[in-house]
Design a protein around this ligand. Structure first.
Ligand code: NAD
Length: 296
């Protein structure tokens, strides 16, 4: 199956490489030249625009920052919609507002083009290992056609409901991850200031009820003071903004999400928005005057 791939950043580049490894013909596009050249060296063909890519594939995947970029690529000038032939399936794997997915799907449907929203969880390591968790919204028959492709990039692909459901699921995921990071930060700063090695705390509790994938991934990073992304805090701010907007539009108060959003906003003012999202601990470290470090 010939696949188009637009957006070759931290996530998109390894995901596209996994499709190549699986033997798919690939046409790629990004506004930055370096990752395109890297993919071409690995065997992909370079497209000249989203329109050009759309004309050359049966399935077109986008992995872009947020709703405005996806809308521009899909519906804008020289966009996917201009090059798409009827029958094309657009799979947006970016994390965006559910309403934006629904709006784009409606526009594409007028041209006989199907769309799934299929954001992922797992971050760069799981993008490289092809073990992402993929959460999908759209028609069941379209999902079944694309599922084998999704499973070349992920360990699981679950259809959550109609178009937009993948991104609603991702918002739920991002609320849980953000609140976990904040809880871990609060707890490890407390432990460190109480004179207990935070690495020992992690070791002791990781197998108990407080253990989590977030704790396993992020506690070793914060204990080393390693805030290299991974998942940039500015992307998590984007996700929490989408969560707040979506929640408020349907009458769901999300008080803890609002609090963690303000913590991230404070860190952004401090110039830390490019740090990994586990950099949230720096807010607590500043409040308590206590840095969290351990040899682990
Ligand atoms: P990134 O910023 O590293 O990559 C985005 C890519 O899109 C860049 O290469 C950029 O040049 C390209 N791009 C931007 N505008 C474009 C345009 N108009 N046309 C073509 N290309 C364009 O971001 P990322 O970390 O790869 O994340 C991508 C999406 O995946 C985001 O929605 C993010 O929230 C989500 N996500 C990221 C992670 C993670 O750990 N990084 C994990 C899960 C989900």
């Amino acid at each position: 199956m010939k696949i188009g791939f637009i957006g070759l950043g931290i996530m998109g580049k390894p995901m596209a490489k996994n499709l190549l490894k699986a033997g798919h013909g690939l046409v790629v596009y990004d506004i930055v030249a370096a990752p395109v050249e890297e993919l071409v060296k690995a065997g992909a063909k370079a497209g000249t625009s989203p329109k050009d890519v759309a004309g050359q594939c049966e399935v077109l995947i986008t992995m872009l920052p947020n709703s405005p970029e996806v809308k521009e690529v899909v519906l804008g000038k020289n966009g996917v919609i201009e090059g798409a032939k009827p029958g094309l399936i657009v799979v947006d794997m970016s994390s965006i507002a559910p309403l934006a997915s629904q709006e784009m799907a409606a526009e594409l449907a007028k041209k006989g083009v199907e769309m799934l929203d299929a954001p992922v969880s797992g971050g760069e390591p799981k993008a490289i290992d092809a073990t992402l968790a993929v959460m999908v919204g759209g028609k069941p028959e379209v999902f079944e056609k694309v599922k084998p492709v999704l499973l070349k990039m992920g360990a699981s692909a679950v259809l959550c409901g109609g178009i937009g459901s993948g991104n609603v699921t991702k918002l739920a995921n991002q609320i849980i991850v953000a609140l976990n990071i904040a809880a871990m930060s609060e707890a490890l700063v407390l432990a460190a200031k109480a004179g207990v090695d935070p690495g020992k705390v992690f070791d002791a509790i990781k197998g108990g009820l407080a253990g989590s994938a977030v704790l396993n991934a992020k506690a070793p990073m914060v204990c080393k003071g390693n805030f290299k992304p991974g998942f940039r805090m500015e992307l998590h701010i984007k996700d929490l903004q989408n969560a707040l907007d979506t929640a408020h539009a349907i009458g769901v108060p999300v008080p803890l999400t609002g609090t963690v959003m303000e913590i991230m906003q404070a860190l952004k003012v401090d110039g830390k928005q490019k740090d990994d999202h586990c950099g949230v601990i720096q807010f607590y470290e500043k409040l308590a005057g206590q840095v969290v470090r351990s040899d682990l």
